[in-house]
Ligand binder design. Structure first.
Ligand code: HEM
Length: 273
């Protein structure tokens, strides 16, 4: 390769390359199959979870910004952020197809090596839930206080959620958000607030900007529920009714998490039209 293509900076530092910028060599050392001799499908299993965690990181980064933009009353930035988060969810759902190419026999070949490791322990997934308003303090305690994830979860537990930021947004648009909707322990999960329903319904008639925002939030919410559904079906076809490595009843436990929206009011008003 010619000097002109990748000139060294004059200050003596090394030129940034594709590999150095992305730390590719380091990245490729981060997959450590536990099976010995190595089972063919374990690499796929590890990589897919790592990729998920990276997307969770990007999603948290984006949803943090959505929260800020909503609180500040910035519609377009909020819509753009929600659209990106929704698009990431679609990618996460699509990745399940790859994992479903693994048969129950292939999964069973290395499953016992996972010991008690489970997606149930994904701290970033819980962070996403907290940020969206689905807060459960007991989830923090599942992460040892010696780990950075514990502090991140504790911080997010106490921070305002996207639902709080949505109320801020409505206030910037002259909507009088009832105090009963706002008045809750910040560490508790969002509960439906029927007192605001009439105003939300009226927005669909009179305030198209807010209607667009609510539709975008519903898109995201539906995307998350879709991910949960596809994950359960994948678990069912890979594990049947065996218990999970995390100690739950497996598919049965996961089925109990389905169809629970993070923005309940936006679903409850649907029959009011
Ligand atoms: C063959 C593939 C997979 C199987 C068999 C599987 C199985 C399970 C099971 C049985 C649970 C319930 C908790 C337990 O007892 O372990 C669970 C939870 C979970 N899994 Fe998976 N999983 C798979 C792939 C994935 C992937 C690729 C992700 C992406 C990060 C993931 C993320 C999660 C999350 C976030 C939970 C917690 C869900 C909740 O508490 O609502 N799983 N998984």
């Amino acid at each position: 390769m010619s000097q002109d293509y990748a000139p060294e900076p004059a200050d003596g530092t090394k030129a940034i390359t594709y590999a150095s910028y992305l730390k590719v060599e380091e990245l490729l050392t981060l997959q450590t199959p536990q099976s010995d001799p190595e089972e063919h499908d374990e690499l796929l299993f590890i990589v897919i979870h790592q990729v998920y965690e990276l997307w969770f990181k990007v999603m948290l980064h984006g949803l943090d910004r959505v929260r800020t933009m909503l609180s500040g009353g910035h519609l377009h930035e909020s819509l753009a952020g929600l659209k990106r988060a929704r698009t990431i969810l679609k990618t996460l759902v699509a990745q399940i197809d790859i994992l479903e190419t693994m048969t129950p026999l292939e999964f069973a070949s290395f499953r016992e090596r996972l010991q008690s490791a489970s997606g149930f322990q994904s701290a970033q997934f819980r962070e996403i839930e907290f940020l969206l308003g689905y807060k459960r303090p007991q989830m923090v305690e599942l992460h040892p206080s010696s780990e950075p994830s514990h502090d991140r979860l504790r911080r997010r537990l106490n921070e305002p959620s996207i639902v709080d930021a949505f109320y801020d947004f409505l206030t910037t648009r002259g909507i009088d958000v009832p105090t009963s909707c706002r008045d809750k322990d910040p560490t508790s999960a969002t509960v439906p607030c029927p007192e605001i329903h009439d105003q939300l319904v009226a927005c669909y008639r009179d305030k198209p900007d807010i209607a667009l925002l609510m539709e975008s939030m519903v898109d995201f919410d539906e995307g998350l529920q879709e991910w949960r559904y596809r994950h359960v079906k994948m678990v069912e076809r890979t594990l049947g009714h065996k218990i999970g490595t995390g100690g739950s009843s497996g598919a049965e436990f996961l089925a109990s998490t389905l169809f629970k929206p993070v923005f309940p009011d936006l679903w409850e008003i649907r029959s009011a039209f």
